[in-house]
Design a protein around this ligand. Structure first.
Ligand SMILES: NC(=O)c1ccc[n+]([C@@H]2O[C@H](COP(=O)([O-])OP(=O)(O)OC[C@H]3O[C@@H](n4cnc5c(N)ncnc54)[C@H](O)[C@@H]3O)[C@@H](O)[C@H]2O)c1
Length: 307
């Protein structure tokens, strides 16, 4: 079976590609390498350096994939505040372009990777799949709009889909360029710099280890479940202060972080109800935050030695 992965050179996409190839799927990648890395591209995958907002139709025509995992996106919430037009172009127009190619070339199913940023400030916790979205950042709005397009293509032309909404993903191949809290903390700690915490650090998120996510998606790619939305996270509320405390212990650090002004567009507290994915898909993430952070730290340390 042939699977096309948009964003297959990225942090999460490249790890899904590696596992799909291990399982003997034929994999085609479309990625413009704007944030993805050549080094992460599995050499057994067929790679097209192309932009999802431009001419990708010929690639679909030539490759005829059965399943598309659509991960290519502008993924940085903070950057979306500064450049909402680029964000919308990539995440909304790019998704429509991918959907059009799916429609024209008889793709059976699209798996769209979305984010909990579509919810905005939650009305209740944990946030289940029925919770209405009121996104408060351009990134949340563009990803939410794209979810609607994915559903509409199912209703209008029968393209099957799964929408998978992730919590905050962390782990190997995360990079400080994404400005995510865990990679920034680890980078500062290993360079003997003092990490900054935005706001008072009591804000909470639902952190999910990337390998759990990648294994699960690769394992379930060909299962029957379709035309539904699922939340994939660890299902636990962890504060930024707790993350720092665990890393401090793991690194035997004495210094404290410094506190700086909170960022606009970011919610105070959020975590996800993952019971639907557990019940219907068998979702069962293996790494709790301590195990995940320990493995992430080991990965970063090993890579520092190599470079
Ligand atoms: N990392 C997280 O915490 C997180 C959380 C929720 C959802 N997601 C979603 O998961 C997906 C993957 O995110 P990631 O964290 O791996 O980020 P990433 O930036 O590493 O991956 C995105 C990939 O898409 C590529 N890309 C970007 N714009 C493109 C374009 N116009 N044409 C072709 N390729 C393009 C990039 O080069 C990159 O390889 C995204 O859809 C994101 O919204 C990520």
């Amino acid at each position: 079976m042939k699977i096309l992965v948009t964003g297959g050179a990225g942090f999460i996409g490249s790890q899904i590609v590696d596992l799909l190839i291990k399982k003997d799927y034929e994999v085609v990648i479309i990625d413009n390498l704007s944030t993805g890395k050549k080094d992460y591209i599995n050499d057994k995958a067929k790679f097209y350096e192309a932009d999802i907002t431009k001419e990708i139709d010929l690639i679909f025509k030539k490759e005829k994939p059965e399943i598309v995992i659509h991960m290519a996106a502008q993924v940085m919430l903070r950057d979306s505040l500064e450049n909402p037009i680029y964000d919308a172009k990539t995440n909304i127009f790019g998704t429509i372009n991918v959907l059009e190619s799916c429609r024209k070339h008889n793709v059976k199913k699209i798996i769209y990777t979305s984010t909990i940023a579509v919810i905005g400030e939650p009305e209740y916790l944990p946030v289940d799949e029925k919770h209405l979205g009121k996104p408060c950042s351009p990134y949340g709005i563009s990803k939410y709009t794209a979810e609607h397009y994915v559903r509409a293509y199912n209703q209008l032309c029968g393209l099957d889909y799964l929408i998978l909404r992730f919590g905050n993903v962390y782990g190997p191949r995360d990079d400080i360029k994404y400005k995510r809290v865990i990679s920034l903390f680890i980078d500062c700690i290993l360079k003997n710099k003092i990490p900054s915490i935005f706001g008072d650090g009591t804000q909470t998120r639902d952190f999910i280890y990337v390998c759990d996510l990648a294994e699960f998606i690769a394992e379930n790619i060909n299962k029957n479940s379709k035309n539904k939305l699922f939340h994939l996270a660890y299902g636990e509320q962890i504060s930024v202060n707790e993350i720092f405390k665990i890393l401090k212990e793991l690194c035997n650090l004495k210094e404290n972080a410094k506190y700086v002004q909170a960022v606009k567009g970011e919610v105070k507290d959020i975590y996800l109800d993952i019971s639907l994915a557990k019940k219907e898909l068998g979702w069962n993430p293996r790494h709790n935050i301590k195990q995940g952070l320990k493995e992430t730290l080991e990965y970063v340390q090993e890579n520092l030695i190599k470079t």
